[in-house]
Write a protein that binds this ligand. Sequence first.
Ligand code: FE2
Length: 425
Amino acid sequence: MLDLLIHNATLPDGRTNMSVAVQSGRIVEVTQGLQVPAAETLDAGGLLLSPPFVDAHFHLDGTLTYGMPRINQSGTLLEGIALWGELKPSLTVDAIIERALTYCDWAVAQGLLAIRSHVDTSDPRLLGVQALLEVQKRVAPYIDLQLVAFPQDGVLRTPGGLDSLQRALDLGVDVVGGIPHFERTMADGATSVKLLCEIAAARGKMVDMHCDESDDPHSRHIESLAYETQRLGLHGRVTGSHLTSMHSMDNYYVSKLIALMAEAQVHVASNPCVNITLQGRFDTYPKRRGLTRVPELMAAGLTVAFGQDDMMDPWYALGSADMLEVASMGLHVAQMTSQAAMCQCFDAITTNPARILGLQGYGLEKGCHADFVLLQARDPVEALRLKATRLKVFKRGKLLAQTPARTAALNLPGRPAQTSFLHAK
Ligand code: FE2
């Protein structure tokens, strides 16, 4: 007998009336109208069953620190970094763990079951690293948490920065990070990219660098990252995060750059909520959006994900672990409004980041882990439109979280008694 049988589900690829059968934490069948005995059955009512959301770019060590010790007045990346520096002396391992666990509670409730989090390695005490390695262990039953050694203050600019980063990797941090645009010079930035990619190659690690997070049209660190990826044979294992300068670059140069990125199979993590907030701050009008060229990168065959990046921290006051909100922002800012492009935005918070993280057994196919989310929406576009309620969140076939359906009671003459905002087809 099956452990769980879900029937009458719609899948993100458009298949309807689908049954998903679960045994021992795995999907053992995905087919139409399956009728077999199961310990538990669930009627999806024609609603969307999706693989869980995945966030390819987050900072779990800073989350929920908004206002500590003060609020970012200019709204810029640089004041955020300075503010994080003011906050660091008062950080404790226990407080970081507690805030991160709270965020992970919210993530599960939102159907977000895999997160790549950067962790600052600039402080030689490595408090964030200690805290997030502990969090990684504690949340392992419900969240795949991947950690990136991130030298927030610059791996070369910070005294001992390279040593601290290497020690974080020794302690078990999974991925090599970097921030070349924050090094002292463009040349130092390029040197940092080379050094960090060489470390990743020597250790067999993936790379995920904050890269060109500025409005500077002449920033060239993604070019260096693509070059080093190609030189060291790191194809498919390297991610460029943010790449906001690409928004402002010369179009001819970008036509060459995207081809180099595609050749090196560099992945892209774009962070729409934070990019639209932090970038363009030195503009008057017109004010640049600062989002990287998402549709063009996707059209070139690159894997592009949308990330949350920050939530209630020195850089961003809002957020709620809601990847549908993140994708909706990306959709609007990048003007990805065709049906196909909106579906690509849904992929950018599910299958694309799963590929970037290298998740095994992800998806709604026979043999995959039984991890999925039932959404109060009939298709991915409706899910984006409504930031759909996560009715039920499953991991390995076990129910982790559930939220009541969103319904408003109405008292209107000659109108229905309630509405749930779903569009009748
Ligand atoms: Fe970031």
